[in-house]
Write a protein that binds this ligand. Sequence first.
Ligand code: DC
Length: 229
Amino acid sequence: MESKKSLIVAIDGYSSCGKSTIAKDLAKELGYAFIDSGAMYRAVSYYFIENDIKATSKPENLNEILKGIHIHFANVDGINTIFLNDKALTSEIRSKAVSSIVSEVAAMSEVRAKLVALQQSYGATGGLVMDGRDIGTVVFPDADLKFFVTADIDVRSQRRFDEVKNTVNAITLDQVKENLSHRDHIDSTREDSPLTQAPDATIIDTTHHTRESQVEEVKTYVAKLLKGN
Ligand code: DC
């Protein structure tokens, strides 16, 4: 697909509904950068765990803590990898421990302010596909294209379970479903930048879609925009 280098594509939606898959495939197709903003909240959560910082309530010295957290992305063997204080993070940010506190950490306004500023800096030159919860509403309210991705909770739980069952020990489908519902609830009801559909976002329901068909659907919207209609 021909691409105009300046486009910003925002993809928001619930946990495990296929946002990152769509975003990654679309970025590849367009030759754009892809940023998984959820990985950034997960990296901060990983730091909390590694440093014995409780996430049940906001730490009093949160601003001090955040000064010690430096996040960047770099290409490692062809994979856009997140780094926390120069340590590459991969499967550790998908652990049960991280998943169980990440929504609480992401609800802290100071954490959001720091990560949103970083996310906006990645969009400075355009040519970016970013997925998350507040990309089309807060991070890039003027994004060229916005998608809001949904899927049935049972389908999402099964997909997530299939993804993590070999890396996360002793996890059950019910636990995955409970964690997704818990995160959806906190993400949608928090005070700062709750997960909500931007009024100008196009809904993509992936319940009955294959990976290929959902990317094809998104690509038709991008192609229309590139043609100028
Ligand atoms: O996309 P994910 O499941 O990896 O995201 C992990 C958590 O981070 C999710 O529970 C909500 C939060 N998040 C957020 O608040 N804002 C974003 N832009 C991305 C993720």
